[in-house]
Design a protein around this ligand. Structure first.
Ligand code: GCW
Length: 672
């Protein structure tokens, strides 16, 4: 009997592990060549490093590779140096990163010898908006990999295998932190049962250098602790958090810290007690300090008042500059409103000079077509990171203002809202994996180009997928010319394409309510907060369209450092990509190319639709290069994207036309 049970268990385990083999992401298994690895030190992380090297070696057959841990002033934190058959780092995690980098370079043909690579940000973290019942807020790839409704506290072998594969993928791109639960946090996350599960997750993630963090509900002392208040200056509240933090660290000694969404979209926060964000954040920071934990405090705050929503975070946080403890990091979304297809950078970047600031990017495609559209977000993030804030003179880019190059922050960090779920390809769309990849790569090196990132990802993900026939021919040449080049081009164009057919020329927040998929510029039912309705943002009427944020309007422009304030304020110098973000203009306003604003809008929408159509045609040619299931899936998703692009164009043009009362240009397919 015992034997049968053991056999059955072994069989189930084998099946479960087999299921994970589908989850290879960009870490496709290769036939490795023999290699000898020399490493005189030992740790679980180094064991993984050695194994990875042996399993993936594509270099000279029979080579000997030395892994060396030693002090080297040129290396920052977990940075590494690659040389001919040598990886050097000051930490064992640095060695692991070096191994992944070396294996990637073997696959992509990138330079190796003499490379020194240091991380741009110390904390490179994913934010999972995962609820404890297993659902995911704005998740489009199935349920949570961490939480579930039934048997929530049982940790299975399958769970562990999945968490391990997740940790490995993160480590391969340098991600070293994960917030495991939604920022709209349930107080239950801090209860004993959940903390034990967090411990199990942390134990699996640890050897890969991924630390766990938790989102917490500011009112936890009331709802979980039974206290009467959550006032951050109340001594019983302070004590409650201290004890809770102590309990967490007794389970997870390397716990990273807490993420807080407070006094935002109905979440509790210090302001209910007449306290500031600094009072709230500092109270938690003090509790975490003895353990070297951090508080990531979100700046995503806005209330329904007459003030332009784009200005509110800045107005609320700027007066607090310098008032936060050094283990508090203010987490700021890339744009001042909310992860729209295009926003200018948030004016808080570079402006808070005495406070650590971290960018929050959204990997999950809440406003960019969910897991349906092919949108490579790297170009959007690159645009933000490379934007010049001018806060300390020319060259004060968002990246340099947040990665420690300009301001001496104690902690530097960058967060990405995850797009990961139980879906068999992790992210819902094969190309959505590229966004997870890109986030990690940019967090490691914020000067990388999207073109390089796309190149790497495509080579790692697709190079092996091709028909046998093709492989027998001059595969490398065919593949580069016929697959890599066109697909890379699609990826690099894809975000601008989405902007064109959704919200061109600085339009924003005109999507359908709640679902945030498809158009909804008309949505404004009575009784709904105006700042949740699209007409608040597009301001279309017979007079024109656009949100006036100039000095004559809401004056949001003045939150930007000169020369940007003037550049945005002035119609002649405002970049056309932000035109209707900053200006309200008549329909017949003359654009730089001589078109009327109305015609320009029509052409942008039309161009976006045509671009998606071209993506479809190009993809159709690529069948021999892609695994057939993936090929069909992408084909199907592109056709859904096309339908939705047509819907966006038709809906927006018909809706806006009632105000412009101008004809659709003749060379544009008329709305049906
Ligand atoms: O983008 C909005 C989303 C909410 C989200 C919120 C936030 C987690 O629509 O679903 O809540 O932002 O970032 O807090």
């Amino acid at each position: 009997m015992k034997k049968i049970i053991i056999l059955a268990l072994a069989f189930i385990t084998a099946l479960q592990l087999k299921a994970q083999e589908g989850h290879q992401l960009w870490l496709r298994s290769k036939e490795s060549l023999p290699v000898t690895v020399i490493c005189t030190m030992h740790s679980p992380t180094l064991t993984i490093a050695e194994q990875e090297l042996r399993n993936g070696w594509q270099g000279e057959s029979g080579a000997t590779v030395k892994l060396t841990i030693k002090k080297n002033k040129a290396l920052k934190s977990d940075g590494f140096r690659l040389d001919k058959n040598m990886i050097e780092a000051t930490t064992d995690l640095g060695i692991l990163y070096g191994v992944y980098s070396l294996l990637r370079r073997q696959q992509t043909g990138e330079k190796m010898i003499g490379t020194i690579s240091n991380p741009s940000y110390q904390i490179r973290i994913l934010n999972h908006w995962d609820n404890l019942d297993g659902t995911i807020e704005r998740g489009y790839a199935g349920h949570s990999i961490f939480w579930r409704k039934t048997n929530p506290f049982v940790v299975t072998l399958k769970d562990k295998a999945l968490w391990k594969a997740y940790a490995r993928a993160n480590a391969s791109i340098g991600i070293n932190g994960a917030v495991l639960d939604n920022v709209n946090a349930s107080p239950k996350i801090l209860s004993e049962n959940y903390l034990n599960r967090v411990k199990s997750i942390a134990d699996v993630l640890r050897p890969y250098g991924v630390r766990v963090y938790l989102s917490v509900n500011f009112a936890s002392p009331i709802s979980l602790g039974g206290l009467k208040t959550a006032d951050p200056l109340d001594s019983s509240v302070i004590m409650w958090w201290k004890n809770k933090v102590k309990e967490i660290y007794s389970l997870i000694p390397d716990f990273g810290g807490l993420l807080v969404k407070a006094s935002s979209e109905g979440q509790p926060g210090p302001q209910q007690y007449g306290r500031t964000h600094a009072d709230g954040a500092n109270m938690l920071a003090d509790a975490l300090k003895p353990y070297k934990g951090v508080v990531m405090w979100r700046a995503f705050v806005y209330t329904a008042n007459d003030d332009d929503r784009a200005k509110q975070a800045y107005n609320e946080f700027m007066p607090l500059d310098g008032k936060f403890r050094d283990n508090v990091i203010i987490q700021v979304k890339n744009g001042p409103i909310d992860f729209q297809p295009r926003e200018p950078f948030s004016p808080l970047f570079g402006a808070m000079k005495k406070t650590s600031i971290m960018p929050e990017l959204q990997i999950t495609q809440e406003y960019l077509g969910h897991a349906v559209y092919l949108v490579f977000l790297s170009t959007m993030w690159e645009e933000c990171l490379k934007s010049d804030t001018y806060q300390q003179g020319e060259g004060s880019t968002v990246a340099r203002c947040t990665d420690g190059s300009i301001y001496p922050q104690k902690y530097t960090a960058i967060a990405g809202v995850s797009n990961i779920g139980l879906d068999s390809n992790w992210c819902g769309h094969p190309f959505a994996q590229a966004n997870w990849y890109a986030f990690g790569r940019l967090a490691w090196n914020d000067t990388l180009s999207s073109s390089q990132i796309a190149d790497e990802w495509l080579k790692m993900t697709f190079y092996k997928d091709a028909s046998k026939k093709l492989r027998e021919r001059n595969y490398k040449i065919d593949w580069t010319k016929n697959f890599l080049k066109p697909v890379k081009q699609i990826m690099l164009e894809s975000r601008e394409t989405a902007v064109n057919f959704m919200m061109p020329l600085g339009l924003h927040h005109i999507m359908s309510a709640n679902g945030h998929y498809g158009p909804g510029p008309w949505w404004a039912p009575k009784g709904v907060r105006p700042d949740w309705t699209p007409p608040y943002y597009h301001q279309a009427s017979s007079n024109g369209i656009g949100f006036d944020r100039t000095a004559k309007g809401s004056d949001a422009v003045s939150q930007y450092h000169q020369p940007l304030a003037t550049e945005f304020n002035n119609l002649a110098t405002c970049p056309e990509i932000f035109l209707l973000w900053f200006h309200h203009l008549p329909w017949n306003y003359k654009m730089k190319n001589g078109r009327t604003l109305w015609n320009a809008l029509c052409y942008h929408y039309d161009k976006g639709v045509k671009q998606v159509h071209r993506f479809q045609q190009e993809w159709d040619n690529l069948k021999p290069f892609v695994d057939s299931a993936q090929f069909k899936l992408v084909q199907l998703k592109l056709s859904q994207q096309y339908d939705n692009a047509v819907l966006w164009k038709d809906a927006c043009l018909l809706y806006f036309q009632q105000f412009s009362k101008m004809p659709i240009p003749k060379d544009i397919t008329p709305p049906v």
